[in-house]
Write a protein that binds this ligand. Sequence first.
Ligand code: BEZ
Ligand code: MG
Length: 584
Amino acid sequence: MTTTRQASADETSAARDRRVLNLYEQLLEIEQRLIPTGLHVFGRPSRAAERIDMLRMIASFDRPEVGARALPVLVAEGLGITVSKSREALLEPSEEQTRQRERVDSVITEALLNLQDHGIEAAMECLGTSANVGPAQSRPVFALLEKISKQLESNSEIEALSKAMRGEYVSPGPGADIVQNPAILPTGRNTHAINPYSVPSAMAFARAEIVVTKLIERFKEEHGSYPRAMALVLWGLDNIKTQGEGVAQALWLLGVRPVADSLNRITAVEAIPLAELGRPRIDVVMTISGIFRDLFSPTVQLLDKAVRLVSQLDEPDEMNYLRRHVNEQISKGEGDFDEAMTRVFSNAPGNYGTNVNFMVMDSQWQDDDTLGDLFMTRKCFAYGRTASGEVIDGREARVAMDNALARVEATYQNIDTFEIGITDVDHYFEYLGGVSKAVEKLASNRPAIYLSDTLSPDGKIRSLEETVRLETRAKTLNPKWYEGMLKHGFRGVAEIEGHVSNTFGWSATADAVDDWVYTEVAQTFVLDEEMLARLRELNPHSARSLVARLLEANGRGYWDADPETLDQLRDIMGSLEDQIEGVA
Ligand code: BEZ
Ligand code: MG
């Protein structure tokens, strides 16, 4: 009896420790999240404090192109810390790992401060003394960081714009995220994309494996089995910036790898044997943006080839969900093989976007299903090839898409940059929210919705709800973020209002916003007299829209606000309208 009680007391205390550790991890995550603290001002270089954060992010990845290894890895090795690569360690770090990570982080901070204040030699010495990292290892990474730091200090955007307007030559530069590819610096160049035949790059494919493993393991943990079918959103600019990480994730889900031809162009795929894959192949429905369709037409064909290959592999049903679904559909008499294997959908040729964002922003819908229907109407055009090799270039395929999405259990999109997250623009909810809403109706079940953050080197997966909470804490309600925005005056208030409306978009499409989010938005921006006075002085129009959005959130049942708060909001709404109309 005593031992049982003792065991359960120990268990409780272990469980409590785990909860505290989880909480601590979440706080760290919010604290360490890199957020834009203001808008980019054309022609103005970044400030010193922003540069350190940026350099830390850049240094957290290996840079084989300059022979530099990731600083956290160098420091961990120098300190004799072995980083466990086991699945368990990847999914749930222990207290010991958290402590070690903090130790590594503090060494890196010190070295970066040395680099900024005293230069490369001082930074190398610092790393030698505090982490036993020799100069042969540290020089390449600090040389890279020093170069980047210098490039960030200068800015020739205005000069380049003037040149372009005079019709003079502007030198080209790659378009990407700075962390993904520091070669985008200096800015102010003529942005070019990438060769679609190089997509996905070897690095993108390697990184996608980690993300996909975590994604399906997380689903399995939450639902008890692998997702049989998933819907993915693929964007053009994201796949340029990441050299095709989104594409690579789709390939990994299907269990195929890219194959280059004799001209080194990626034009084919081969199946990864099931024994090597160690899990079933997932059925993947891809909704691609109009920009992706236009920029990546060889990649569209590659994805279609991957689907065609996997659906014809001679494998057991329980290890190849795609093949199973295609066969089931054919045997039910619902179309031929070409119809049953259609998995790549976009807009009609020449059309872009889902329009779900416009419908939400203009409050032009009654029933939430309308949003999913609009998504389908806009996005149900098939791309790929027929069995006889004929190109399908935007054929309307509503039934095929209905069938494919009806099986979907999870939806997913890759976030490629820290600069733009799911509440910064309305495009994430129009796409990922739109497809999730469509699935909810077609599959008669709301799908699990996930996002990943390919910026953390360990490729973290979050549910949509977690991501909304994180974005809310790290940006919308974070004084560092909103004060940074308010420095821009009129435009800054519009940015804050935009965040609230985009958050509302996640209620409308996916019911993914907790009540406290709206409550705290109301408290921070509207019910705080001093803040409200600032907002109405800087931009009464956006202030009015923000209050209207909160009232709409309540009216549509997304936010259960108390009557007193609602009365206050209505009064404030009235006085803002009076102010705008010049009555007050
Ligand atoms: C794209 O790059 O595909 C994209 C950009 C903005 C909105 C939607 C899609
Ligand atoms: Mg709710």
